[in-house]
Design a protein around this ligand. Sequence first.
Ligand code: FES
Length: 576
Amino acid sequence: MPTRRRPEELRSHRWFGAEDLRAFGHRSRMLQMGLAEGEFRGRPVVGIVNTWSDLSPCHQHFRTRAEEVKRGVWQAGGFPVELPAHPVTEQYMKPSSMLYRNLLAMETEELARSQPVDALVLLGGCDKTGPGLVMGALSAGLPFLFVPAGPMLRGLWRGRTLGSGSDAWKYHAELRAGRITEAEWKDMEAGIARSYGTCMTAGTAATMMLAIEAMGLSLPGAASIPAADSAHPRMAAAAGRLAVEMAWEDRTPARILSQANIDNAVAAAMAFGGSTNAIIHLIAMARRAGLSLDLARFDAISRRVPLIANLRPNGDRYLMEDFHAAGGSRAFLATLAPLLDLSARGVTGRTLAEELAGAEVFDADVIRPLDAPLQPEGGVAVLTGSLAPRGAVIKTSAADPRLLSHTGPAVVFDDIADLKARIDDPALPVTPDSVLVLRNAGPLGGPGMPEWGMLPIPRKLLAAGVRDMVRISDARMSGTSYGTCVLHVAPESALGGPLALVRDGDPIRLDAANRRLDLLVPEEELARRRAAWAPPPRRYGRGWTALYLDQVTQADEGCDLRFLEAGAPTPEPDIH
Ligand code: FES
């Protein structure tokens, strides 16, 4: 039976409960805000970390969701405080929102550490915000739970359903091939994002919201609730109530999480056919929790977990609204139950077995049974070989199966500017068998490992009907993207990895079934090229980016900052 702490055992007591000059100052400033002492003293203080901003379309409902969390906190006898945090908005940040995930993590950790809070409710969802918030909260070590933003409504355009990202890529290729008009393309702008909420395909946001729930860090069933559904504010209020309970019981991540929680999150992400970004984020999150996860473990889990979520871009019909109607995240995890560790506990204090009891699938075409999956293995394969000594990944579920075993000559682009300048040049020596290579797009090279990994098909090949080719880079790609794209090549080219040594015409072999990616050039020749290689000049000398470049780890390590990974705990701030 969990023990309930006494009010004087709460962390916030050190600010508000003492009888000294500092506590006098702390209390008097709360009274300055019109609060009575009984409203905050002796109650769990719940920090609501809110990633709302005017430039975060996926989080537009967070102003009101924060109020709904507060309602729950008040109902349960706590005291809510809203703490704005970096919104890390996917749509607008250049060169990549990934450059700022760790900044949000650091901010979340420091908000928790420096302020008088006993527990946290994290409001996030748009791609990097979920992992960033959770990473920071794990390092802070206070009780917390995550409130996922939830997916937006399905897109609509000229009588067709549109999926975030996936259909933009698809129809942009049709536009470039001359198969739809500029006017039709323009119409799509108003139909592809019809409400607040995250991308509603099986992209990074949906994958991470589901993985965080599978890890036990959200309310059961929360991940799939559409943002505009009335169940969503009810979930937010319930999260507020739960945060108060977690604070009283000191239900910290260290008391909840074990290796089973991490493995369950990986299995869920793989069975969902989710974004390759999940690999980087889950490795970083596991390391923050002091637990282990590497690429080999990912691949092992992916091999034993079938892909059972029939959502775009893996399937061709359904979106997150359909997934929720089919039973949602609880039904999905219940289907996957034989492959999960059901003894894992979550923020409610209950086991996963208890949480999933009674969950039902209402449409077995959307959430497939384990014996009739969309694909027999998870959607992602980890590759190694002479071109990726520390690993690379490919989303096999979104690739053309014909290309998963392929050897072809490289067509190399030195960076994104070179790619943009030459990809549609009619004189580019490229055929459907070529292997397109982009370098200087990794954690250091991007910087921030932008989502450039779905290299565009050259226009002349598009016009000839080519829709997929083997593409290789040290970049990431959006979870809504598709194609035979090898990503996250490590070590990256800006560090002198083998990708930096590839030249036009070099044969490259991809063998996904055997998990290989090889540059078929003799080692003596590569040694000559390596000796002549010089790193690209560093372009950023100040601010966050300079700190990031000094500290960021490679893709196989989670792209965290070295000094933020799990290590010696930082002591609580002294209260004087
Ligand atoms: Fe926010 Fe896709 S842009 S989730």
